[in-house]
Write a protein that binds this ligand. Structure first.
Ligand SMILES: [Cu+2]
Length: 159
């Protein structure tokens, strides 16, 4: 690529960002007294026939253990926490059940580990869009977080 073409690409990208067509992925943070949900993101989906996944970090800044009991997403019929396990070199995943949050600890949901499985999508998840995920905790109650959709091959928000 010539340097002039490259400069042109940089200028047009800057322009698109400036006018808001491309918004940088800003991890949204939501809190409710003692529990903080941050750095949420999801992967774009291929249509609606395959599930997608969302990732985030939950911090319990309270003095007591809390429990993530349920999830609800605006874009799918079902949202639940899955765990990944390796059995004889084969990766499998399944419902993790209620996720415990010890006081003063954080639980990180990330590719290859715990994740929010978004099943029976009501609409395709398109890169650049956002949707609302509601996490309900036994102690802290419900917390809504805005989840930006990143590219299909994304491995996390750009810091
Ligand atoms: Cu899963």
């Amino acid at each position: 690529m010539s340097s002039i073409k490259f400069l042109g690409a940089v200028i047009s990208l800057t322009f698109l960002m400036a006018v808001g067509f491309i918004s940088p992925a800003v991890p949204d943070t939501a809190r409710n007294d003692e529990v903080i949900v941050e750095a949420a993101w999801a992967r774009a989906s291929i249509g609606t026939s395959r599930p997608s996944a969302a990732y985030l970090t939950i911090r319990n800044e309270g003095d007591e253990t809390d429990v993530l009991t349920s999830l609800k997403a605006s874009v799918s019929e079902v949202a639940e926490v899955h765990a990944m396990t390796m059995t004889d070199g084969v990766a499998r995943m399944g419902p993790a059940g209620a996720v415990k949050l010890p006081a003063g600890h954080e639980v990180v949901l990330k590719p290859g580990g715990l994740h929010v499985m978004l099943m029976n999508l009501k609409q395709p998840l398109k890169e650049g869009e956002k949707f609302t995920l509601t996490l309900t905790f036994k102690g802290a109650g419900p917390i809504d977080v805005s989840v930006p959709v990143l590219g299909i091959g994304a491995s996390g928000p750009v810091q």
